[in-house]
Design a protein around this ligand. Sequence first.
Ligand code: C5P
Length: 223
Amino acid sequence: KKTISIAIDGPAAAGKSTVAKIVADRLGYIYIDTGAMYRAITFEAIRRGVELNSHSALEDVLKTVKVDLRLAEDNTQHVFINDEDITEPIRTHEVTNSVSIVAKHKNVREAMVARQQSMAANGGVVMDGRDIGTHVLPNAEVKVFLLASVEERAIRRHNENIKKGFDSNLENLKEEIAKRDKLDSEREIAPLKKAEDAIEIDTTSLTIVEVVEKIMNLVTERA
Ligand code: C5P
């Protein structure tokens, strides 16, 4: 059996990471959360108080940080910046609502893509993001584009928040998700877009298990 690469792209809160983790687990592959890497740079830029629209300020951040993804003992993925665990703070509202600004920059994207490609060099990866099938792993054997309505995605995120005991406002979530999708789809470099050869899966009326099964079927066909 061949070791392949699996690219999972799609808009914000479409369930990419949830299904990517399960697929990776089933196959014994490495899961790579590329959004977490853009969030890490954004977190650090905010912490340093730099202008998020400044290419040169972001260049300084990039030069002095190393972003790492590592598996913790409980098999969950943790995100590090210069060996500091920032898994939790990269999920704040502030980071979520600023990350698309930082992710627009050419220097940021080039640095992250190089890192992602080296992590995937030996195959056996499930990578999720926005530009994986189109730019990061154009030769991935399986490419999936996950879709769901903004309404559905906002409701899912809202329910997750409530379950975790976080404050949550459905209308705000809808607006934030739509805004992030717009910025990510309209940016100049490697925008959010379905690769021509990606299989589109609309998850609106599917369960997580059903989405996983669809992807596993593609894997069986191609591995
Ligand atoms: O996947 P997640 O929602 O954590 O991604 C956060 C943000 O990182 C996205 O909204 C996008 O701006 C950026 N991103 C990107 N390219 C990727 C993954 C994420 O530009 N491959």
